[in-house]
Design a protein around this ligand. Structure first.
Ligand code: TLP
Length: 347
């Protein structure tokens, strides 16, 4: 709870920790477009090492990190393969088409996870009628599917399928550390099944701003150029990177608590008549809930929760998403469940 509000809209709502704020004030700074900001450099080296890549680039947002990756891996007019509800396709303002000139080829996954055999099937032989396919993107954890995890074996099979056909592979790993925690593996293992990996510092890890794009030295060199083209070359960005360093070094382990709280929330919701939740999809820090339309409309439900100081995001037509994070304790989960029960029973 923060200021009397239980905000379950997203883990993006987390505020920086005291330690982050102190580090931001004290960070040594320089002009990062000249690559002279020592704090940004430190963050980039650290970010590359925690996912086992050669190099990294600090970017203002996950959206820009993904967009840069698309642009570096492809040429205008090519085709990119994505899961049908991929964040890159669904929530990134159409950048893949508008900025990169790409045609999305969508594959329905199971709980957001594509079957490598379906990817294989979607890959067409070169033909004058088809756009050339150059990139496979996948997402771990998968946002719209409810924070679901792509396991190591599937990651490997997706990567190998793509490579058999000469495709590059980009992993939208906005929440890769949640996935690694769930699987009990090092994030490097998951990241090894992609040529480039983007992960976010400003979600469960609590930094105020920023994401990192990681890959080979040559890839990052090209990414740095594209970031400048898109207007993402920042100057004394070390003031932000300082918080990112703490996000990576100190905040990964506590994600475990968010997973436990999400489970507690989901189990509570599952017992409320008129609401349903697929417990199999509650693997990390998200809970997707379906509201029986006979009970009440999505709008009414969300407004009633809001008037009782519980904020959730909507998944129209009948769903809500709730995300646990550093400002949500087990007690807050119980309070939120009480509020949800009240709203459902019309008290
Ligand atoms: N997701 C946000 C919203 O955009 C929906 C959220 O609240 O979950 N990849 C994935 C898998 C994401 O979930 C997000 C953000 C991004 C990329 C983009 O990151 P930002 O918001 O930093 O551009």
């Amino acid at each position: 709870m923060l200021n009397g509000i239980i905000n379950l809209r997203s883990d993006t709502q987390t505020l920086p920790t005291e330690e982050m704020l102190e580090a931001m004030v004290k960070a040594p700074l320089g002009d990062d477009v000249y690559q002279e900001d020592p704090t940004v450099r430190q963050l980039e080296e650290l970010a590359a090492s925690v996912v086992g890549k050669e190099d990294a680039l600090f970017v203002p947002s996950g959206t820009m990190g993904n967009l840069i990756a698309l642009k570096v891996h492809t040429h205008s007019g090519e085709e990119v393969i994505l899961e049908k509800d991929a964040h890159i396709y669904y929530y990134e303002a159409g950048g893949l088409a508008a900025v990169c000139g790409l045609t999305p080829r969508l594959i329905a996954g199971r709980h957001g996870v594509m079957d490598p055999a379906d990817v294989e099937q979607a890959l067409r032989p070169s033909n004058i009628h088809y756009p050339p396919t150059s990139l496979l993107c996948y997402e771990n954890t998968h946002n719209r599917a409810g924070g679901t995890v792509v396991d190591v074996e599937t990651s490997k099979a997706l990567f190998e399928t793509a490579k058999r056909h000469g495709l590059a592979v980009h992993l939208d790993g906005a929440r890769i550390f949640n996935a690694a925690l769930y699987l009990g593996v090092d994030a490097r293992v998951l990241a090894s099944y992609a040529d480039s990996v983007m992960f976010c510092l400003s979600k469960g890890l609590s930094a105020p701003v920023g994401s990192v794009l990681t890959g080979t030295r040559e890839f990052i060199k090209r990414a740095r150029h594209v970031r400048k083209m898109l207007g993402g070359g920042m100057r004394q960005a070390g003031v932000l990177a300082a918080a990112g360093i703490i996000a990576i070094t100190k905040m990964r382990d506590r994600l475990r608590e968010d997973h436990e709280n999400a489970r507690r929330l989901a189990l509570g919701v599952a017992r409320i008549p008129g609401l349903s939740v697929d417990l199999g999809t509650v693997q990390t820090n998200m809970v997707n809930v379906l509201i029986d339309p006979e009970l009440m409309s999505l709008d009414e439900f969300v407004k009633k929760l809001e008037s009782r100081r519980v904020l959730v995001s909507t998944r129209p037509p009948h769903g809500i998403r709730m995300v646990t994070h550093r400002h949500i304790t087990a007690d807050d989960v119980d309070t939120a469940l009480g509020v949800i029960r009240e709203v459902v029973s019309g008290k």
